[in-house]
Design a protein around this ligand. Structure first.
Ligand code: PLP
Ligand code: COI
Length: 338
């Protein structure tokens, strides 16, 4: 892969050698197939196309200084996919099948795992879709589980630097007790309008308030929200947000650093009092937030006065990356070495 400019990768799709697939029919999962074709051939009446029976995951593999490949929090991603399956009536993919397929697809595409020095990683995208033809609204009887990988750099162009965010009160991503807590395709379709408007207006991402009261912060685009104040790590508790595995990991690292973790409803009004704020996720890692603008009320909530990332999020970012790349001990068993 000498032609690949590893240090300047964006967050896009680059073709790799293989994907892996497994089909569910007659109530059981079949054999794992290795595939070089990037296309899937499905019926035009497949339930995933019409009724959104589609769930996905996102995790990463990292190459360490020692050359070893580490997959971060594979089991937690398998469990979240199982929760998404329950949420939209799809058969669960067992943790064992998920593990076997993730390891296989990363191994088959080993030459696409970026070198340690590049700071890039291999993004792993598992996708589960209902494929049986059905016009009535009911769960599919057949499913396809496919995992592909693609090398990625930073999600936000500037990497670890502050970004500004915007709130559009006239668009909700998910309802309380709706599908926001599952990683299903429809949530991303409902966020595209706000996300597009944010980008057009020069913001890195949109922030969603809780759909019921419009008082609390829910999420930042495809990432969870974190605030830091007086040695406390504050992150929203809400039934309409995705339980971020990055956030879950950072809460543990924060506790290890002596911070007090508060997972609770977070009022929008509170944020200008925060010492630091950021968005976190597999793709975003931690993206510090400089300022949040409310597009409807015209209010501005300034977090970073000088526009630079604060010290606590900077330490959390380095703490997380050190575990992912194998620079420090994996004391919680988060890493699967290939
Ligand atoms: N929230 C949403 C809506 C997401 O799409 C993601 C990305 O996966 C996250 C939060 C962050 O979750 P994780 O840290 O598990 O990647
Ligand atoms: C992730 O962080 O894994 C995501 O899924 C974000 C996104 C590209 C949808």
């Amino acid at each position: 892969m000498s032609t690949m400019d590893w240090s300047n990768l964006g967050f896009g799709y680059i073709r790799t050698d293989y994907n892996v697939r497994c089909r569910y029919s007659n109530g059981a999962w079949g054999d794992i197939e290795e595939c070089t074709d990037e296309n899937i051939n499905i019926h035009m009446a497949a339930t995933c196309l019409h009724y959104g029976q589609d769930a996905f995951e996102g995790l990463k593999a990292f190459r360490g200084k020692d050359g070893k490949i580490r997959i971060f929090r594979l089991e937690a991603n398998a469990e979240r996919l199982q929760s998404s399956c329950d949420g939209i009536m799809m058969p669960r993919v067992s943790t064992e099948l998920f593990r076997e397929m993730v390891k296989k697809v990363v191994g088959l595409n080993e030459r696409f795992v970026p070198p340690y020095e590049s700071g890039a990683s291999l993004y792993i995208r598992p996708l589960l879709i209902g494929i049986s033809p059905q016009v009535g609204v009911s769960p599919s009887t057949e499913y396809l589980f496919v995992i592909f990988v693609t090398p990625v750099g930073p999600y936000y162009k500037a990497g670890f630097a502050t970004n500004n965010c915007v709130i559009f009160r006239n668009i909700d991503r998910a309802a309380p007790l709706g599908t926001g807590r599952y990683k299903v395709g429809g949530n991303y379709a409902s966020g595209m309008k706000a996300s597009h408007a944010a980008h057009v207006q020069g913001y890195a991402c949109e922030i969603y308030l809780d759909a019921k009261e419009k008082k609390y912060i829910d999420e930042c685009g495809a990432a969870n929200f974190i605030g830091i104040k007086d040695n406390r790590y504050i992150t929203p508790l809400s039934t309409s947000i995705l339980p971020s595995i990055t956030n879950n990991s950072l809460m543990q690292i924060a506790r290890d650093m002596g911070l007090v973790v508060e997972q609770r409803p977070v009022l929008l009004e509170e944020v200008s009092g925060f010492d630091e704020a950021g968005a976190c996720g597999t793709a975003a890692v931690i993206s510090p937030i400089g300022r949040i603008d409310d597009a409807e009320t015209g209010e501005t909530f300034v977090i970073s006065k000088d526009g630079t990332p604060g010290p606590v999020l900077t330490s959390l970012y380095h703490g997380l990356r050190a575990i992912q790349y194998g620079d420090v001990e994996d004391k919680y068993g988060w890493v699967t070495i290939l």
